[in-house]
Design a protein around this ligand. Structure first.
Ligand SMILES: NC(=O)c1ccc[n+]([C@@H]2O[C@H](COP(=O)([O-])OP(=O)(O)OC[C@H]3O[C@@H](n4cnc5c(N)ncnc54)[C@H](OP(=O)(O)O)[C@@H]3O)[C@@H](O)[C@H]2O)c1
Length: 275
């Protein structure tokens, strides 16, 4: 896909790998919709883009720990744009960000499930009319190779909380959502794929967890950019990639019953009606 002139929303693009992806896409001529919570970081990013001759980018501030904020983000994007060619659900919190104790979102849901998964679910669902009317279009979910099964008797992890498990179940939820939405949108011209971008990139999330980075941010950005724009992926949907290699996700992602449960729960938690 030639990204020049395409409108691309990247959540969590004020920092880390999302920031790299935003810069690369802006340099290639895309109209980049930068998203994050930190206005100062966003302003610096937009200034860097302008210095590079790219004046088209816009910033959208929204805290994804609030579903009302997600709804407001959707409204702002719909207000400002006639099309959305690519949505990259990249924003996320790691195993340690904000402390290792169990925390809840502004809506009372387990925080990593809410920010890493549920916000992207609602964002994609509510932006679908704009995305489908822009087809061929793509949705890219930045998940992780760190995945653990969802225990549907305790999705909010009220028993024996562990930050690592909270992160990895939220990442599997993103993969399950990818497979589910890809099937639903088959034939619509909208593809939905997900990936593990790279292992322990040198980003805030990894540094905060005390882990020594082993990959560059550029490696992860390249993998995401491939899902955003590679012509080889035209029409290919419902796939999980480990970096740039097509791969198998954890078994639960292929379990139809589990996916149906997650879909039902997500509609309920976000107050959307199933289509
Ligand atoms: N780093 C790795 O090695 C690795 C490996 C596998 C997968 N991933 C995935 O890659 C994605 C990006 O991670 P990263 O390593 O680039 O992390 P990062 O440097 O910590 O950046 C995270 C981004 O998400 C945003 N964000 C976090 N919480 C938010 C919230 N509540 N509302 C709105 N925005 C929020 C941050 O915005 P602010 O500027 O407002 O903080 C920032 O732009 C994540 O989904 C992560 O799970 C990373």
């Amino acid at each position: 896909m030639d990204v020049a002139g395409k409108t691309i929303l990247i959540t969590g693009s004020t920092d880390g790998v999302g920031r790299h992806v935003a810069l690369a896409l802006a340099a290639a001529g895309a109209k980049v919709l930068v998203h994050g919570r930190n206005r100062a970081r966003a302003e610096r990013l937009l200034a860097t883009m302008r210095e590079g001759g790219q004046a088209d980018a816009m910033f959208y501030e929204a805290d994804l720990s609030s579903l009302d904020n997600v709804r407001a983000l959707v409204a702002a994007v719909r207000r400002d744009h006639q099309r959305l060619d690519v949505l990259v659900n990249n924003a996320g919190i790691g195993t340690a960000s904000g402390g290792r104790q169990r925390r809840v979102s502004q809506d009372g849901y387990e925080l990593r499930f809410a920010v890493n998964y549920l916000a992207g679910f609602l964002l994609a669902r509510r932006l679908l009319p704009l995305i489908t009317s822009s087809a061929p279009a793509r949705i890219v979910n930045v998940a992780s190779a760190g995945q653990s099964p969802i225990d549907f008797s305790d999705v909010m992890l009220t028993r024996s909380y562990d930050g690592g498990r909270a992160y990895t179940q939220s990442k599997l939820a993103q993969v399950m959502f990818t497979f589910d939405l890809a099937r639903e949108l088959a034939g619509s011209g909208v593809t939905v794929n997900c990936l593990h971008p790279a292992t322990y990139m040198d980003t805030t999330m990894v540094r905060d967890s005390g882990t020594t980075p082993i990959s560059t941010v550029q490696e992860g950005a390249d993998a995401i950019l491939s899902l955003v724009a590679s012509p080889q992926l035209e029409g290919r949907t419902g796939l999980y990639f480990n970096r740039q290699q097509e791969a198998r996700a954890l078994a639960q992602a292929y379990d139809e019953e589990a996916r149906a449960k997650l879909r039902g729960l997500s509609f309920r938690l976000t107050g959307l009606s199933p289509t």
